[in-house]
Structure formats: structure tokens, C-alpha cells
Design a protein around this ligand. Structure first.
Ligand code: AKG
Length: 250
């Protein structure tokens, strides 16, 4: 049966800039997904406590097929419409007892998209609690457009170095932030302009998520073909009209 987004869910997504969808995969499916993702996380060295495995779907067919699963894409369609491309993927695994946080940011500051429209699908591989590196978001602030970001310092102890920019503190009212705790197998979606961050993992448990970014195909990737390869940006067509881009799978 096709997964659908209700009108109320769509309205929530548009109003808040994110949607906590709830359970997407069953416990049985998650056992399999967790096993596969764990294999990949454990294959990466111990040099960083936070494992950022960016765009592994380019060389990993299993990850690509997870990102293409109709259970996920049906929901994405309900939120951004029927013409969809896969832009990037990330496994983000936070090791237990680590001090690294991800600073407040909007994904829009990083991505060469014109117009800048994208949605992130965030799958909780492990249970996400208030202690193990939960993501925080400020509802409704995606409607403010791009906020001023400043560089984070490389040696900062509170920053995850994969994110080198943070929203200027004048624009972040943490009292309005909500914590996106989720059980394993639950998922959320967030808009490219949503201010969000994540806390350090102070618990004895890993916090791993699989994150996929999709764009509507009318959005143009502002890169030459050479840059697309150098920066690991080739798009995959997922469904609907092809729109303005070149796709590696077409
Ligand atoms: O998973 C996290 O801790 C943060 C993820 C994030 O910043 C993102 O999905 O853009």
C-alpha cells in the first residue's frame, strides 16, 4: 500500500518547516537496516567520534536502494510534489560520550541549488533520546529565508568539524527550539531553510541516523559537470518530470 501524507501533515510541514512522521519501518525491517548500516559505520576508522559518511550511495548499491525505497519517496512526494531527484545522502553516527555538537545552521547555506528548495528525510537508525545527540529545530523559522552564518573555528571543542558555519547567535532563540527525539524506525522531514542543530552524545549509546536529501526537479544544481564529479554531486532521478538537470542514472 502506498504511504501517504495527510493534509494535516502537509500543513504541519509547511507551518513548522519539519514533520515528525513517526514509525516508517517495522522492527523487523529496522533490524535488517540497522545491521547493514552498522556494517558500514564499523568499516570507517576511529579518527573521528562522529562518523559522517557522505554520499556513499554513489558506490554503495544497498544505500542507494534504501534512499530510493518507495515507502520513503511516496512521503517525499506528498511533501514536495511528484518530480523528485536524489541530491545527497549521509550516515551520521555519533559515538557514545563525545563532546561534539553540530552547530545551528540552515542546510541552504551549503548547497548550490537554484532556487534553493530541498527536503531532508531523517531516519532514526538508533533510538534518539534527549541525551544521545538529539536534533533541535526552531518551528516556523524556515520562513525567514537565509539567516546570517559565521565561520566556526576549527579548533572549537563544541563544534563538529564537518559543519564549518553556524547561524549568527542574534538569530537563534533557543527557548523556541524543540527536540526531535525519535525511536528507531521513526523518521522526520525538514526543509532546507529550517534552523537546526544537534547536541553532543553524552550517553553510553550510539546515535546513528541515515539522512537523504531530495530536490524537486525544477531546482537546478549550479555546478559544471566537472564540479559535479569533483564535489560528489551527481543527481539521481527518482520519479516524475526530469526538469532542469543531468542525472547519473538516465
Ligand atoms: O543528525 C544530526 O545530528 C544533524 C543533521 C543535520 O544537521 C541535517 O540533517 O542537516
Amino acid at each position: 500500500m502506498k504511504n501517504t501524507i495527510t493534509l494535516a501533515q502537509l500543513e504541519t510541514y509547511r507551518r513548522d518547516g519539519f514533520l515528525r512522521y513517526g514509525q516508517l519501518f517495522t522492527d523487523k525491517e529496522m533490524t535488517e537496516i540497522r545491521k547493514e548500516i552498522e556494517l558500514r559505520v564499523n568499516s570507517v576508522g576511529e579518527d573521528s567520534p562522529n562518523k559522517h559518511m557522505l554520499n556513499w550511495h554513489h558506490h554503495d548499491k544497498w544505500l542507494l536502494s534504501l534512499a530510493m525505497r518507495s515507502e520513503v519517496v511516496d512521503l517525499v512526494e506528498g511533501l514536495i510534489g511528484p518530480d523528485i531527484a536524489l541530491f545527497n545522502t549521509r550516515i551520521l553516527s555519533k559515538a557514545p560520550d563525545t563532546k561534539y555538537a553540530i552547530p545551528w545552521h540552515q542546510d541552504a547555506i551549503y548547497w548550490p541549488l537554484e532556487p534553493c528548495a530541498a527536503i531532508s528525510f531523517w531516519l532514526a537508525v538508533d533510538d534518539v533520546t534527549e541525551e544521545n545527540g538529539v536534533m533541535l529545530a526552531i518551528p516556523g523559522m524556515h520562513r525567514c529565508g537565509l539567516l546570517e552564518h559565521i565561520k566556526t573555528s576549527r579548533d572549537s571543542t563544541d563544534n563538529d568539524q564537518a559543519f564549518d558555519k553556524k547561524i549568527h547567535q542574534d538569530f537563534v532563540d533557543e527557548s523556541k527550539a524543540v527536540k526531535l527525539t525519535q525511536a528507531s524506525g521513526e523518521c522526520s522531514f525538514h526543509d532546507v531553510y529550517l534552523p537546526h542543530m544537534s547536541l553532543p552524545n553524552l550517553s553510553p549509546h550510539r546515535r546513528c541516523a541515515f539522512i537523504v536529501r531530495y530536490i524537486p526537479t525544477y531546482v537546478k544544481l549550479i555546478r559544471t559537470k566537472r564540479q559535479i564529479y569533483e564535489e560528489s554531486y551527481p543527481l539521481y532521478w527518482v520519479r516524475g518530470n526530469l526538469g532542469a538537470n543531468w542525472y547519473i542514472n538516465r
